[in-house]
Design a protein around this ligand. Structure first.
Ligand code: COA
Length: 505
């Protein structure tokens, strides 16, 4: 029976099952896969490949591949391949627990990269050759147009660069996705790079589908499987408090005339707190808002549904199963108000700077001076990765980072004397928000930053401890520009690793 989603004869002739397609991927291959925050990743071929890898290992044969993606994927990709011990190199972002375990055990090599830089670096040749592109799409039209899926990520680049292409055509994805994407083919390497002609979040500068050389397509696999996003945690008291502090801050900026009532294009990061802040915007007076962001979460879908947000530009959906179902059944209603772009454009520093995005991202910890760690626990264990937070933070109109003031039931303070790993230097961090309050660091020199961070953001259980550290640093530090006690700056982390708590006593 012919599949109406595979409507072009050159592609229909390549249809095969997932096992046959997976057998076209061999040990040592570098595979560029689709997938971004649990959306639009291939679901059948990676699982078949994991079975092939397990069979090879059982026969005593080594078999591992190198995996490049857009960002995080789902259990059928990262989970299945990691459990099969089939990945020895991964980039640029991961949130799968099995892969994370192997990365932190040192058995999987991992490059945690700015998401806007992955495609240019692949083109520059720094990452090595790409053997296979394994990309989920939602349809192949009779004229050969390949309609992208629920994420765009780096797919354009993988399809252009790879020697062989395997497509998964997923009928679960709404047919109304056709027309929602904007695939820009105007990027180039220096000295031929030109300005990205995008002046408003709603601008369309590319084409709706991918350009693929059909001669490179070695397999087409039909699937009918949902994206597997995890549900968000219901916002707790800390998340509500963070959202309230941010709403008050934004309202104040509007009152002072530093932001319009519709705000500026919003960028909201991954995670539960970021989603809770979007819920907070629902009850705000700001409208009509726009978003120029990386992922479109439940909270943003609600803003689009209520009309508080006029349109959103992203590279992927990052929705709970319920919200994904709602969007999928009602996609046509949103088609003119959502644009999905390649991540090198959704996260492009030039565009973010031009539009003046309001960047709101989660963090692991911040220090007295406003340096932020988004990625590593206790300086060495990676949680997920920097994702797009650096693309946005450095170039945003206002760069905001947020976290509850404590983690692990109060055993960890998220405001510390010195961050144990630096993702965002103090110059790129303008506002820090915890459930305790908000520190507006704009225009402040280091010592004034420390004072406002201690006064506004630290949990009461840690406030005296941090104030005491800072007072001694002011007195005894080698230099007085950014007072630091070298022996003590990371002692809170050391204490947690040794005793299970950062508290002094
Ligand atoms: N020390 C140790 N562990 C910490 C910690 C700290 N200072 N802060 C948080 N954690 C732990 C939490 O306890 C939790 O652990 P668990 O999964 O075992 O319960 C985990 O880190 C996640 O924290 P959570 O409070 O659930 O936060 P979140 O879902 O809001 O995510 C980040 C926070 C920082 C992990 C997430 O925002 C992220 O990955 N950011 C980097 C990428 C990014 O910003 N992308 C967006 C760009 S568009």
């Amino acid at each position: 029976m012919t599949n109406p989603r595979i409507a072009h004869p050159a592609y229909a002739a390549k249809v095969m099952d997932a096992d046959a397609a997976a057998s076209l991927i061999g040990p040592g291959d570098t595979v560029g896969m689709s997938g971004f925050t649990g959306a639009g990743y291939p679901k059948a071929v990676p699982q078949a490949l994991a079975r092939h890898i397990e069979a090879a290992h059982a026969a005593g044969d080594p078999f591992a591949i190198r995996v490049w993606t857009g960002a995080s994927t789902g259990p059928e990709l990262d989970g299945a391949l990691a459990r099969a011990k089939g990945v020895d190199f991964r980039l640029p972002y991961n949130s799968d627990p099995y892969a994370r375990e192997q990365i932190n055990a040192g058995t999987m090599q991992y490059i945690d990269m700015h998401l806007s830089q992955v495609a240019p670096m692949a083109w520059q040749g720094f990452l090595g050759p790409l053997d296979v592109a394994l990309v989920e799409v939602s349809a192949i039209l009779p004229d050969g147009t390949v309609v992208p899926s629920s994420s765009v990520g780096n797919n354009k680049t993988w399809l252009d660069l790879a020697s062989r292409v395997i497509l998964e055509v997923n009928s679960w994805q709404s047919p109304a996705l056709d027309g929602m994407h904007d695939i820009y083919y105007g990027t180039a390497l220096p000295p031929d790079r030109v300005p990205i002609p995008l002046l408003r979040p709603s601008d369309r500068i590319g084409q709706p589908g991918f350009r693929i050389d059909p001669a490179k397509v070695v397999a087409v696999v039909a699937t009918d499987t949902p994206d597997r996003n995890a549900p968000f945690k219901a916002p707790d008291a800390a998340a509500h408090a963070i959202a309230a502090h941010l709403m008050e801050f934004l309202a104040h900026e509007v009152k002072l005339g530093r932001l319009p009532r519709s705000l500026l294009p919003i960028q909201s990061g991954v995670g539960n707190i970021a989603n809770a802040v979007l819920h907070g915007l629902q009850d705000s007076a700001f409208e009509p808002m726009t978003a120029y962001t990386e992922v479109l979460q439940d909270g943003m879908l609600e803003l689009l549904t209520s009309g508080k947000m006029a349109m959103a530009s992203a590279t992927a959906f990052s929705l709970s199963p319920d919200a994904a179902h709602q969007l999928n059944t009602d996609m046509a209603r949103y088609r003119d108000r959502i644009v999905l772009r390649p991540q090198e454009i959704s996260n492009h520093p030039e565009v973010i700077r031009r539009l003046g995005c309001l960047a709101m991202n989660g963090m692991i910890e911040a220090d007295l001076y406003g340096n932020v760690n988004s990625t590593h626990l206790m300086g060495s264990r990676i949680q997920n990765g920097i994702g797009g937070s650096g693309d946005f933070a450095r170039n945003a109109y206002i760069s905001m980072f947020m976290a509850p003031s404590t983690a692990k039931g109060g055993k960890i303070s998220t405001i510390v004397p010195q961050v144990s790993h630096v993702d965002h230097i103090d110059q790129d961090v303008q506002v820090i928000v915890t459930d305790q309050g908000l520190a507006d660091l704009r225009g402040l020199p280091p010592k004034a930053r420390a004072e406002v961070v201690i006064a506004n953001c630290v949990h009461p259980a840690y406030r005296d401890q941090l104030a005491d550290y800072y007072a001694r640093a002011l007195r005894d530090s080698y230099g007085k520009q950014t007072p630091t006690l070298l022996r003590e700056a990371l002692s809170w982390h050391e204490r947690f690793v040794e005793t299970g708590s950062m508290l002094n006593s």
